[in-house]
Design a protein around this ligand. Sequence first.
Ligand SMILES: NC(=O)c1ccc[n+]([C@@H]2O[C@H](COP(=O)([O-])OP(=O)(O)OC[C@H]3O[C@@H](n4cnc5c(N)ncnc54)[C@H](O)[C@@H]3O)[C@@H](O)[C@H]2O)c1
Length: 443
Amino acid sequence: MKRRNFIQSSVTAGAGLLILPGYMQSIKGANDRLNIALIGAHGRASQLYHHINTENIVAICDVHADKMSLAAAEFPGAKRYTDWRKCLEQKDIDAVFICTPDHHHAFINIWAMNRGLHVFCEKPLADSVEEAREVRKTYLANRNKLATQHGTQRHAHENFARVSELVRNGAIGELKVVQAWGSRTHNEKGYRPSEGPPPPTIDWEQWIGPVRMHPYNSGYFSAERPGSNCLNWNMFLDFGAWQIGDMGAHTMDLAWQAIDADLPITIEATGDSWNPEVAPSDHHATFTFPATNWRGEITLEWFQGTLKPEIPHSALDITRIGHGVMFRGTKGTLIADFTSRILIPDREGADMTYYNAPDKNMVAPEFGNFWAQWINACKGDPMKTTCNFDYAGRMIETLYLGLAAHQSGKKLHYDSSEGRVTNDPIANDFLRKEYRSGWVLNG
Ligand SMILES: NC(=O)c1ccc[n+]([C@@H]2O[C@H](COP(=O)([O-])OP(=O)(O)OC[C@H]3O[C@@H](n4cnc5c(N)ncnc54)[C@H](O)[C@@H]3O)[C@@H](O)[C@H]2O)c1
């Protein structure tokens, strides 16, 4: 029975007994338009308007009056909000498109899914291990009816599929070690100082949202280019996690989609000495993952800032690859950035006779448009997104475990079914954030 028919007949059959949640929306067909609430309506969102303006943008939510005006000019018919909790109460919404700062992501994701709404969320999906687990859990409970997509749009580059195929088909022999890196650095030492009361054009209470209150400083908003302002706040730990939630999410996605990883069993990390206000600029995390049915146990490493993996060949200069991944196997090495790849067989495997390249018909087809994939899934099969919140949740949880290990300074053993560190009780405190009273993650 089609879902729409099922819902209709359930209502009739259970007359007086069945209470449908107020948020249960009509099921959209391929030719219907989705009603989307855009939360975080300018900045990164403005770079994506042309991907979603095929649909009805029925609500826009932003805390900056000037950003709201820009978004309202684009979507004049949309209702306007400064508090996303109020926005989610609008009854005609089918889906939510989240482009706010990171510290709101997990909250809006969960609140939206709890109200039966499809969700697109910019990376990172969440801002702590606990948040990532809670988002994933909520998604898994709704996966048959809600389409989700995590904003790692580089996933649509053809190179992602080719890299995955080379690794899985044995082009480097048996996979042993995966090393991903990102070269951005920062010099911040602590939260920005007070500049006095915030201007009337910003709802500062709402910008801060669930995390501890901090004084207003215009330096959090000094970017000139939309989509780059995150680099003014995402190194401060209450608002983000620096590159782990930024380019690290994209770069790790290139590794993650090829290695079929679940969650790590051990984690250790080094780098800059721990600063409770600011995420480390230099950070190197090492994760071990159990074997799967096609590979043995592997080590995954994330290098950040000035730290880089050792190069497999003296002729290579990986400092020229700002964000890259190196897959090391028993027969060779594959180095990739988002759009290109270099395969280096080891000396003894140089003829590559061990490698059975797949038939042309067996390679993955073109991915298509990343955002259209989500929109189509909202109207059709909700499972048909590539970066859903199960896939992305495990990846983001792993990256944040690296940060927890950095803070702990110990090699952590992780029970992924419980989400607990088993050998360092204090480290469990590093898996979660404190929230201001009145803010509930799973609301
Ligand atoms: N996928 C990508 O390639 C990519 C690129 C750039 C940014 N991003 C992500 O997009 C997000 C936004 O980054 P940005 O640089 O646009 O940041 P930003 O500081 O410009 O904020 C984006 C928008 O959200 C609004 N906003 C802030 N707090 C809000 C709140 N509580 N409720 C509603 N609106 C709020 C801002 O006023 C602004 O219009 C970040 O999570 C970032 O990681 C992703």
